[in-house]
Write a protein that binds this ligand. Structure first.
Ligand code: PAF
Length: 277
């Protein structure tokens, strides 16, 4: 499995590649959720490229950029074992030679990006859209695979592909969960044993919200649930019902709408979302 360390090696590799290519961008510290995205990519294309890059552009001041878990050697081993075709592991200097602050940025529509995670993380989705666009230009994949757990990110990238007339097809891989329901995330490895016991309650409460009768009022249900989560030890950033396409708020529950939550346990911020069946 070739490990491509800079953009020119990736370009050369891409030029000689035969067959369809699916691309799974990641920030590494790979878990079963990433490997499920890899399998989805493998089922849809002949070749699969994974990138491992902790993108400084999508972290704000005081966020966990420096403490974000990194385990590149272990990641490469997992990817080789899983039959990944090739891996792109660039450095900051390769991707942002003039420095991250000098980089031209993509600005996603505010209606999608200054809500939910965009409120606590201003500039985050601009950083995500910028790196994804850069990687797409370098890798030129036929298919891009993103996870449903980061649903707001998925919608923003989907909109960007459409707005910039990019031909890449976008696939959304379902959220992988631990047996107790906790959505898999690289950040879970930073939960203390006590926090790990509490963490699945976020998914449990989202599942309960999804089971409310159709046309129930969302706000009181969210308030009640939020109080329970805070009592369990979470600091809630948001818990909201929104439209799955526009991401605008919805007052009453209905099939296809989506509950979104972000909550912190100590220094670890967990996000999750579930669609009403
Ligand atoms: O979802 C992620 O891991 C990141 O936001 C992504 C898409 C790899 C961009 O850095």
């Amino acid at each position: 499995m070739p490990v491509l360390r800079d953009p020119s090696s990736l370009r050369k590799w891409r030029q000689q590649l035969r067959g369809s290519l699916a691309f799974v961008p990641t920030m590494g510290h790979l878990h079963a959720g990433h490997l499920a995205l890899l399998r989805l990519a493998q089922a849809r294309a002949e070749q699969v490229l994974v990138s491992i890059y902790v993108n400084p552009l999508q972290f704000g001041p005081g966020e966990d950029f420096s403490s974000y878990p990194r385990s590149v050697e272990e990641d490469l081993r997992k990817l080789a074992e899983a039959g990944c075709t090739s891996v792109f592991v660039p450095s900051d200097q390769d991707l942002y030679p003039l420095g991250a602050t000098e980089q031209t940025r993509v600005v996603p529509p505010l209606a999608l990006s200054d809500i939910l995670c965009g409120v606590q993380r201003p500039g985050h989705f601009s950083g995500v859209a910028t790196i994804v666009l850069k990687l797409l230009h370098l890798a030129e994949p036929d298919i891009l695979v993103l996870g449903e757990k980061d649903y707001q990110q998925f919608r923003i990238v989907q909109q960007m592909l459409s707005d910039f007339d990019l031909a890449t097809q976008l696939l959304c891989g379902p959220t992988e969960r631990d047996t107790d329901g906790l959505a898999l995330s690289s950040r879970n490895s930073r939960l203390s044993p006590e926090q790990r016991v509490i963490a699945p309650q976020l998914a449990t409460e989202l599942r309960k919200l999804c089971q409310l009768p159709a046309n129930s009022l969302a706000l009181p249900a969210a308030q009640e649930t939020g109080e329970r989560l805070q009592a369990a030890g979470f600091v809630l950033d948001y818990l909201e019902l929104r439209d799955s396409t526009t991401l605008q708020t919805i007052n009453n529950t209905r099939s296809g709408a989506r509950w979104f939550a972000a909550a912190r346990l100590g220094a670890v911020r967990l996000i999750d979302n579930m669609v009403i069946p």
